[in-house]
Design a protein around this ligand. Structure first.
Ligand code: PLP
Length: 381
């Protein structure tokens, strides 16, 4: 089955015994009655452990990444934390890209460091930098591509291969690309995580997370911890993520088209010093992005001339773009990483990787691109 067909149908076959709903019903029941002590009907016991609406979503999520298994969580961070808790023990080591989601870095540096897990951050654009950082204690390589907020691309296949030769698990945060544009499991990654809050949900109206993987043994341990730790999404949230997922391909096509127009416009503008977008031929890894992704997606960042004062004036004048954290919704958003999404990253670290005060990140929505360009034009003026 092709992507859009799976997005619409996977996990949601009509159940003719219960009336043939075309859309998965929202099963709000927290618990399920049984007739005898030892035989719960359909195996359902309690909604933290298993819930029919969540099961439908999990089937769909697995299908989107061509994975054998999918698990849904109450947020992207809950998915990341549960997955890492499942794999890591005291004394273990993680190698992560140095340009990654601020919350992931915070999770590794606060919560996990406290339990004796250390992390090395490397420039994952160079596979050799990743392999050089592997030690006998390394258990996980954590990747993001495109990265946040500099839109750097790493070679998922070569890094996943190198990691697996060392017996190391590779995890890709695939939130920026979405499963529509990139499937890391097919490139050799062990597991994929998503903040379904972003493109999969797609409407900025639900917070959720997911892990997709095909390793049966890791899945079993992760599912045990999903129940044991309990960061599960509500059935209503599962429904919203499922509804969003159905239009993922339509949206990603439009996001990519609009982002390409915005990137090209900014590239030519005299007040813009640099544009980071994998769809531009000027992007240093444009070729790799073309091989690894089906389209360049809706995220980009740009460096404005004039530093923080210029950025503040620009952000204050935008009208169609809303100044807000998050990304991946139908509406266009703009973010100032240094003071917003990446403020938890120490300033020295931020400067080292290139997240300057002049950097602005755009999540280009599905509005008419003429209106988006007009908004940028007046704000830059
Ligand atoms: C938002 C985001 C997360 C965290 O997801 P939440 O749903 O906000 O918990 C993780 N990784 C990336 C790349 C994100 O954009």
């Amino acid at each position: 089955m092709k992507f859009s067909t799976k997005a619409v149908h996977s996990g949601e076959q009509p159940d003719f015994k219960s009336g043939g709903d075309v859309v998965s019903p929202i099963h709000l029941s927290a618990t399920f009655a049984r007739r005898e002590v030892d035989k719960p009907p359909k195996g359902l016991e309690y909604s933290r452990t298993e819930n029919p609406t969540r099961s439908a979503l999990e089937k769909k999520l697995a299908a989107l990444e061509n994975a054998k298994f999918g698990l849904a969580f109450s947020s992207g961070m809950a998915a990341e934390a549960t997955l890492l808790l499942t794999i890591l023990s005291e004394g273990d080591h993680v190698v992560a890209g140095d340009d990654l989601y601020g919350g992931t870095r915070r999770l590794l540096e606060t919560t996990f460091r406290k339990f004796g897990v250390s992390t090395s951050y490397v420039d994952s654009r160079h596979t050799t930098m990743v392999t050089k950082a592997l030690t006998r204690k390394t258990k996980v390589v954590w990747l993001e591509s495109p990265s946040n907020p500099l839109m750097r691309i790493c070679d998922i296949r070569s890094i996943a291969n190198a990691a697996s030769k060392h017996g190391v698990v590779s995890i890709v945060d695939n939130t920026f690309a979405s499963p529509c544009l990139q499937n890391p499991l097919e490139l050799g990654a062990t597991a994929v995580v998503h903040s379904t809050t972003k493109y999969i949900g797609g409407h900025s109206d639900v917070v959720g997370g997911a892990v997709m993987l095909s390793d049966k043994e890791l899945y079993a341990r992760l599912k045990f911890n999903q129940n044991s730790i309990g960061a599960v999404p509500s059935p209503i949230d599962c429904f919203l993520v499922m509804r969003g997922a159905k239009t993922l391909q339509l949206r990603m096509e439009r996001h990519s088209e609009n982002a390409m127009r915005v990137a090209s416009y900014l590239l030519r503008h005299p007040k813009v010093a640099a544009v980071h977008y994998p769809g531009l031929p000027s992007h240093p890894q444009h070729g790799l992005a073309e091989r690894q992704m089906r389209a360049p997606g809706g995220m980009l960042s740009a460096e404005l001339r004039g530093g923080l004062p210029a950025v503040k004036r620009f952000l204050g004048r935008l009208r169609t773009f809303s100044l807000a954290e998050s990304l991946g919704g139908v509406e266009s958003l703009v973010d100032h990483p240094a003071t917003m999404t990446h403020s938890s990253v120490p300033a020295s670290e931020r400067e080292k990787v290139g997240v300057s005060d002049g950097l602005v990140r755009f999540s280009v929505g599905i509005e008419d691109s003429e209106d988006l360009l007009a908004d940028l034009k007046q704000a830059l003026r």
